[in-house]
Design a protein around this ligand. Sequence first.
Ligand code: GLN
Length: 524
Amino acid sequence: MGAASATPDALVRATAADLAGRLAAGEVSSEDVVRAHLDRIAAVDGAPGDGEGLAAFLHVSGEQALASARAVDARRAAGEPLHALAGVPVAVKDVVVTRGTPTTAGSRILQGWVPPYDATLVERLHAAGMPVLGKTNMDEFAMGSSTEHSAYGPTRNPWDTTRTPGGSGGGSAAAVAAFEAPLAVGTDTGGSIRQPAAVTGSVGVKPTYGGVSRYGLVAMASSLDQAGPCARTVLDAALLHEVMGGHDPRDATSLPDPVGALADAARTRDVRGMRVGVVRELTGEGFSAGVSASFRAALDLLADAGAEVVEVSCPTFAHALDAYYLIMPSEASSNLARFDGMRFGLRVEPAEGPVTAERVMAATRGAGFGPEVKRRIILGTYALSAGYYDAYYGSAQKVRTLVQRDFAAAFEQADVLVSPTAPTTAFPLGSKLDDPLAMYAGDIATIPANLAGVPGMSLPSGLAEDGLPVGFQVLAPARADERLYRLGGALEALLDEQRGGALLDALPELPALATADRSEAVTA
Ligand code: GLN
C-alpha cells in the first residue's frame, strides 16, 4: 500500500465499482477496505441516543466483517474465481434478518433477538463475498419518514446534523452518504429507500415488487415491502441490485425473472429518443421552490441530451396517500400480531395479578412498541373491523387498482415517469414529530410506485438554495428496472459533468467524536 490512492480516506470515498476494480487488481486488500470503513464509522457515527454522531448504525459487526474480508483475501490469493463485488463491504438495514447478529427493526420489542437464519438477500451478499459492516438504524418497523421513530434514537443527516436523514431507512442512506459504507441495503414500503436517498444526496432504488426476495425481511406491509440498494452512484446501485435480485422459491411473490443487465444499463449513458413523462400531479403545488427548480434544471439537461420530455397526468395519484395509509396499517396490524412476548425478544410480565398469556401479551406490546407503531396497529385494526372493512380497506383497494391503471395509461405515453422524490429538502429533527399527518404527507411522490408494484429510483439532481440535496425520482413499468438505470446513469453523468464532480464531494466535514468505540452491540 502506501500509494496515495489507497489512503484510508481514499478508500472510504471510492465507489463500490472503484473498490471492486482495485481489489481485483490486487492494489488493496478487502481487510484494508473494511478496516478503513470501520475507522470511519468509529470517527463519525457515535452511538444512537448519545446525542453525538450520525447514529447510522444500530450494530457494528467489526469482527465478523474483518473475518469475512480476510477469507475473501485468502481466496483471491489462492486464485479462486470471485464475484465482481467480492471484498466490497455493505451495511444492512436492521429490518433484514442476519444469522448470529442482533436484528431489532428499530424496536424495543426485538431487543436482544438474534435471528437463527439469514434473509435470502443476506445469503446472496455472503455468497458474493461482501463483508457486512453492521445493521443500520431505522424508524421502528419501518414506520416513518425521518428515522426519529427508532427506539434507539434518531440518525442525523450528514449534510446538516440538526436535520433528519429521512426514513425509514435513514441509517442506510446516511451511512452511504457519510462514507461509512460504500453500499447499503434498504427496504421501501412507501418510499423508505428513495426518500432518504433524496435528502442525503445518495442513490436509492425500490425494485419491481417481487424482484428481490422478501424472505427474511421483518414484514411491515407484505404487499408493498421491497428491498433494494442504497449507493453513492447509479452504477453502484445496479451492481448491488444484481447481487440481491432474482427468483427465490422461499418468497411466494418472487418473480421468476432473472435480474436484468442493470449495470450495463447504468453504463449506457444515452437517453436519445427516451420518452420521459413528467407526472403533472407530482410537480408544482406542494413542492418547494428549491426542489422544483432543481427538478426542472435536470429535465432541461435530459432534453438537451436528446430525451423527449412530455407531460402525463395520473389523476388518482392524489388519493394514493390516503389509500396507502389504510392498506399499510391494515397489513402491518396483522403482521405485527406475531410480537406476543412469547416467541421473540422482549417479554414483560404484568406488574401485578395473574400471569396469563393474554396479560403477558398486553404488557409486552404495551412496553415494547413505540407510539407510531401503536397508532398504526390501532388504525389498521379499525380499518379491517367488521362494519368498517368495506368503507376503509375495501375502498383503499379500489383506489390501488385505479393507481395501477393510471400507471398503465401513462406508460403508453412515456418509457419512464419522473418527479421530485420528496416535496422538500431534509427537515429539522423534531419538526414533524407531533404532527403525524405532516410526516405522512411527505410520502406523496413515492407511494404510488409501491401501490402499483412498479420500480423507482431516486438520484440527486443537485443542491437547493438551502445547500441541501434534492432527489429526482424515476419510475418505470414493472419488470423494466433497467430503464431506471439507463435514465439515472445518463442523468448522473450529465449532472456530474455540469458541476465538475459528484454531489457528495461537497459534503461538509463531519465533527470528529470524542468517544468512538462502537465494537460493542448497542442493541444486544
Ligand atoms: N414513510 C412511509 C411510512 O411511514 C414509508 C415507510 C417505508 O417505506 N417503510 O409508511
